[in-house]
Design a protein around this ligand. Sequence first.
Ligand SMILES: [Zn+2]
Ligand SMILES: [Zn+2]
Length: 247
Amino acid sequence: MKLTVIGSGDAFGSGGRLQSCYHVSTDGGEFLIDCGATTIMGFNRASRSPDRVGTIFISHLHGDHFAGLVWWLLHALHVTRRSAPLAIVGPEGIKERYTAAAEALFPGTTARSPGFELSWHEFAPQTPLEVNGITATPHTVSHPSGAPSYGIRFEADGKIIGFSGDTEWVDELINIADRADLYITECYAFDAQVPYHMNWQQLSQKLDGVGARRIMLTHMNDAMLAKAGSIEHPRVLIAKDGMEVEI
Ligand SMILES: [Zn+2]
Ligand SMILES: [Zn+2]
């Protein structure tokens, strides 16, 4: 299994980074974790084909995590003329929030048939959901987004990836990261207290209880990015757009 960071930025593109998106290649196919507004841009930068991705998982309904679906589906319709099926999985109400966003930005587009099999799947809290051979278990986190916000634990190819989504510290994160081969966690700030987000000072004190083999810090603001290079911890990686991790 291989993970490629398409976007490791926050909502504002701090450090010139693209918004949240991680590409995972498994024996059974390719999937995305989050689809921030800049996702198609990231695929073009990497000369990667969006049509090979069979499943997109969305952690929560903030634009830097799901708005890329608007351009993803337009691109499939007009540019690649996609024929492969696509499953989109996310919090309750995801299809309605996508439709509202797409109609605000490109009116009339959601009435058109995508021309391929498109299915929408909603998470239920703490309930494993298997889609295209990937088991995803959403865990409720603390981050208001107009719908439930989740951290997600993925299992495929006998490997485990944990993802915090956006959240302040909640003990549920320990379950998401437990025995994970890679745990991707937001670390928005260095030491500032930002509501509903984490900072490194706080997270570093929790790491002994985080039972993942490797821990990737992501979704960093300018202050965190400025200090990320000085963090030395045997299990910690600092995410960067384009980074590839063998899992
Ligand atoms: Zn975010
Ligand atoms: Zn958010």
